[in-house]
Design a protein around this ligand. Structure first.
Ligand SMILES: CC(C)(COP(=O)(O)OP(=O)(O)OC[C@H]1O[C@@H](n2cnc3c(N)ncnc32)[C@H](O)[C@@H]1OP(=O)(O)O)[C@@H](O)C(=O)NCCC(=O)NCCS
Length: 146
């Protein structure tokens, strides 16, 4: 299957983008539509992975905490597409954007199940961060980018 990594641009693309984010990261915990967004969406850099039919297979977001530090949030690959390199491709696009913006570090809070994925991509585990919905432990991770 041919997967393309792109930025959502049209209203429909953003609708599909947020739909997947909600479906993977919010719906399983009975969180309502709208809970998948925060106040930084308009100033963030978004990527989505689409198949030949424009179905969304993965999403991810980058925002900037300050001039030298970027943060990744809301990475999600649909269950039928995991372990096929899509997370890696989206991560590379977000890291490339960070480099273009002259950032030196990328931080993120990974769910426990995603820690190994990020470690494989060069992120260092710093320790526990927040607990989401009272049950999902997150771990702060950091990568220095060149
Ligand atoms: C975590 C996630 C984004 C990874 O995306 P993916 O497309 O499956 O990752 P890739 O196929 O690019 O995997 C790259 C490498 O990481 C490994 N990997 C991916 N997910 C993993 C996991 N959950 N546990 C252990 N290893 C994992 C792959 O096996 C692969 O290893 P290899 O290079 O040795 O073959 C995806 O599994 C996901 O969306 N999970 C559910 C939602 C979630 O937890 N999001 C993160 C929020 S912080």
């Amino acid at each position: 299957m041919l997967i393309t990594i792109k930025q959502p641009r049209s209203e429909k693309e953003f609708e599909d983008y947020y739909e997947l984010r909600w479906r993977i990261l919010r719906d399983p915990w009975q969180q309502p539509k709208g809970s998948e967004k925060d106040e930084l969406e308009n100033e963030s850099f978004h990527v989505m992975a689409c198949d030949e039919n424009n179905n969304v297979a993965g999403v991810g977001r980058l925002h900037f905490n300050n001039e030298t530090e970027a943060q990744i949030r809301y990475m999600a690959v649909s269950p039928e597409h995991i372990e096929q390199g899509i997370g890696t491709s989206m991560l590379e696009a977000l890291e490339e954007k960070s480099r273009l913006e002259h950032c030196k570090t990328i931080v993120l809070d990974a769910r426990k199940n995603a820690v190994v994925f990020y470690q494989k991509k060069g992120y260092e585990l710093l320790g526990k961060s927040h607990l989401l919905f009272g049950s999902i432990q997150h771990y702060r991770m950091l990568k220095f980018i060149l």
